[in-house]
Design a protein around this ligand. Structure first.
Ligand SMILES: NC(=O)c1ccc[n+]([C@@H]2O[C@H](COP(=O)([O-])OP(=O)(O)OC[C@H]3O[C@@H](n4cnc5c(N)ncnc54)[C@H](OP(=O)(O)O)[C@@H]3O)[C@@H](O)[C@H]2O)c1
Length: 292
C-alpha cells in the first residue's frame, strides 16, 4: 500500500449535498500519463477525411506527431491540414489518397511512408462504414465492401505497419482498431441494416485478441488496443441512410446526445499515454443516454 505521505494532494470532492469523497493524487499520476515519447514520431490514421479519423489526426498533431492521414477524399484531409489550429500545432498532417478496398493502394501508401519517413510508430485503423444492408434483403456487394473496409483493410494495414515497425526495431509501437459497441452486441437501434456491419466489428474484436497473441509470441512490445464507441455524431449515419428518403441522420441524433468525435480522439490519447507495461485492450464508450 502506498503511504499517505506519498500523495501530492488530497482533494475532497462533494458528490451530493451530504456525501464527500476523497481523491488522492500521487506524483506518479501527474507523470505517468504523458504523450511526451510520441513527440516527432509518425502515425498513420485511415479514414482521416471526416469524423472520428479527422478528430484523431487533429489530436495527434496537437501533441507533436507527424500524422499521415489517408482516405479517398484527399481534399478534405488537405483542408484539415490547413486549419489554423492544426497549422499552429507542433506536429503536422500529411494527406495521402488511398481507397483501402484496393490492396495495391494500401501497399503503395506504405511504400510512400517507408520512403518518406523511414518508420511508422502508430497505426490507427479507423476507416469503416455500414451500408443499410440487412441479412435477409441486403445486397452482397454492400456486404463485401464492408468486409473489405472494416476487416480486410484493417488486417492489411496492421500487417504492413507491424512489418515496418519491426524492420527498424521500434519497441513501443501501437496499433489501434476503431471497432464499435456493435462488436460486443448486435445493434439495438432498430436498424436491421446494421446487422452485417456488427458482424464485421465482432470480427475486429476477435482479430484484436488474435493479434495480441501473435505479437506476444514475438515479444515485440508492440501493443494492440481496440476502441468500441456507441453512437458518435459523424457522417456515419448520413452515409448509412444515403438511399433512404424516409429517414435522415439528424433524426437519429435527435434521440440522444451522441458522443462527439473528439471524445474518441481523447480515448486514443489515453491509450497512447499509458506506460509501456500497460496494454489497454478494449475501451467501450457509450453516450450516457444510450440504453443498450
Ligand atoms: N459514428 C458512429 O456512431 C460510430 C460508432 C462506432 C464505431 N464507429 C466506427 O468509427 C470509424 C470511423 O467512422 P466515423 O463515425 O468517423 O464515420 P464517417 O464520418 O463516415 O467517416 C468514415 C471515414 O472512413 C473513410 N472511408 C470509408 N470508406 C473508405 C475507403 N474505401 N477507403 C478509404 N477510406 C474510407 C471515409 O473517407 P472517404 O469517404 O474520404 O474515403 C471517412 O474518412 C469506423 O470504423 C466506424 O465503424 C462509428
Amino acid at each position: 500500500m502506498e503511504g499517505k505521505d506519498n500523495f501530492l494532494s488530497h482533494i475532497m470532492v462533494q458528490l451530493t449535498e451530504d456525501y464527500f469523497t476523497e481523491i488522492r493524487v500521487s506524483p506518479q499520476s501527474y507523470t505517468r500519463l504523458t504523450m511526451e515519447r510520441w513527440n516527432g514520431r509518425i502515425a498513420l490514421v485511415t479514414g482521416a477525411s471526416v469524423g472520428i479519423g479527422a478528430a484523431i489526426c487533429r489530436a495527434l498533431v496537437q501533441h507533436g506527431m507527424v500524422v499521415v492521414g489517408c482516405a479517398r477524399n484527399l481534399d478534405k484531409i488537405k483542408a484539415i491540414a490547413e486549419e489554423d489550429a492544426v497549422k499552429a500545432s507542433p506536429g503536422r498532417l500529411v494527406a495521402i489518397k488511398c481507397d483501402v478496398t484496393q490492396e495495391s493502394e494500401i501497399l503503395s501508401m506504405f511504400d510512400q511512408i517507408r520512403r518518406t519517413f523511414g518508420r511508422l510508430d502508430i497505426c490507427v485503423n479507423n476507416a469503416g462504414l455500414s451500408h443499410d444492408a440487412p441479412l435477409l434483403t441486403g445486397n452482397t456487394e454492400d456486404w463485401r465492401n464492408m468486409l473489405d473496409v472494416n476487416v480486410m483493410a484493417l488486417c492489411i494495414c496492421t500487417q504492413e505497419a507491424v512489418k515496418l515497425m519491426r524492420e527498424i526495431g521500434i519497441k513501443d509501437g501501437q496499433i489501434i482498431h476503431i471497432s464499435s459497441i456493435g462488436g460486443h452486441r448486435q445493434s439495438a437501434l432498430g436498424m436491421p441494416g446494421l446487422h452485417f456491419y456488427s458482424g464485421t466489428k465482432f470480427m475486429v474484436r476477435a482479430l484484436t485478441e488474435g493479434l495480441r497473441r501473435e505479437l506476444k509470441t514475438l515479444n515485440s512490445h508492440i501493443r494492440i488496443a481496440s476502441l468500441s464507441p456507441g453512437m458518435v455524431e459523424t457522417e456515419f449515419f448520413g452515409r448509412y441512410l444515403k438511399n433512404d428518403p424516409t429517414r435522415n441522420a439528424a433524426d437519429v441524433f435527435k434521440s440522444m446526445k451522441a458522443l462527439e468525435a473528439k471524445d474518441i480522439a481523447d480515448s486514443v490519447l489515453y491509450i497512447l499515454k499509458t506506460p509501456p507495461h500497460v496494454e489497454v485492450h478494449d475501451i467501450i464508450l457509450r453516450p450516457y443516454d444510450q440504453a443498450m
